[in-house]
Write a protein that binds this ligand. Sequence first.
Ligand code: NAI
Ligand code: MG
Length: 347
Amino acid sequence: STLKIGLIPADGIGHEVIPAAKEAILALGSSIPKPEFFLLDAGFEYFKRKGVALPEETVQVLKNECDCALFGAVSSPSRKVVGYSSPIVALRKELDLYANIRPVIAVAPTPEEKPNVDLVVVRENTECLYVKQEVLTTGKHGKEARATRLITERASRRIGQTAFDIAVGRPRKHLTIIHKSNVLSVTDGLFRETVRGVPALPESAGRLDDVTVAEQLVDSAVYRLFREPQIYDVMVAPNLYGDIISDAAAALVGSLGLIPSINAGDTFVMGEPVHGSAPDIAGKSIANPLAAIRSAALMLRHLGYGDAAARIENAVDIVIRDGRILTPDLGGSAKTQDVTAEVLKRI
Ligand code: NAI
Ligand code: MG
């Protein structure tokens, strides 16, 4: 059998870091099924040439041919461009990738020293304010803008299940539910109650009883994240809070060029480095490939290839800890290809 992997570099440094991730997967040899790659179009550059940001063919190949995918980054114009909308948002919807999972670990903690940041943000990826139902009206005192915030039991339950499943597989087995139900008692109340109820579901069948559960209001969660990040293990949040928490958590450990994520659904998983298209360094061969390489590892672990994932992750850790061959964002002077070659050697 083969492992069919869609590759969507999209824009900017996506074209530099996705090939690096591909090489890392190839370096695994026979510890995974033979990989077969499908290079697919999407993004703002493609939109400027062809008038669409996410060609139908890309969606069809992902749905019908691929087991998983790696996405680079998209450039989003800061002014509204008629006809353009983000392909990554569309892909999450098309493939029902309802969980955004982002592990944040202190840069290369040595085995001896206790790492003080080792957490995973599990963000609901499909609803909340991001359903983008906004209306502008004119009232007695001027313009009035309203947005709909959708929280459903179904989406809260499945993100809760994802979060509990991740927590039960980690040493500390601790889950923190992020919400603001002191103010938004209906929407955040439903999210909180539904997530809390996951261990009691028949399908959980006692499996999640070891997980300790805490709650934290989103504002104080950000505060505590900066003051005592070690208290967190797995954090689960509705879409908007999760977006903010996960970028804040990323800031705790330095360069965006290090932080991976996956977008996961029941039948598909897409790895995606957290960073954007980095137009300031695109084309210079100095983009840090480690976030993309780590995203490939997360994708493989999600598919059940934990040993293969660990080989990639350990190789990356060794290269960071060694410190001699790193890109400029980490204080080094190496090129993307040099760092990639170093990782491949360690795999
Ligand atoms: P960015 O993440 O592209 O860059 C922020 C800073 O970090 C830049 O100085 C960049 O050079 C640096 N950086 C990012 N990734 C790096 C890497 N792998 N190696 C070395 N340095 C790296 O965020 P920015 O500048 O706010 O956005 C640029 C474009 O990317 C925008 O069009 C934005 O909309 C888009 N973007 C896309 C995302 C996605 O595809 N999921 C996420 C964030 C931004
Ligand atoms: Mg974000």
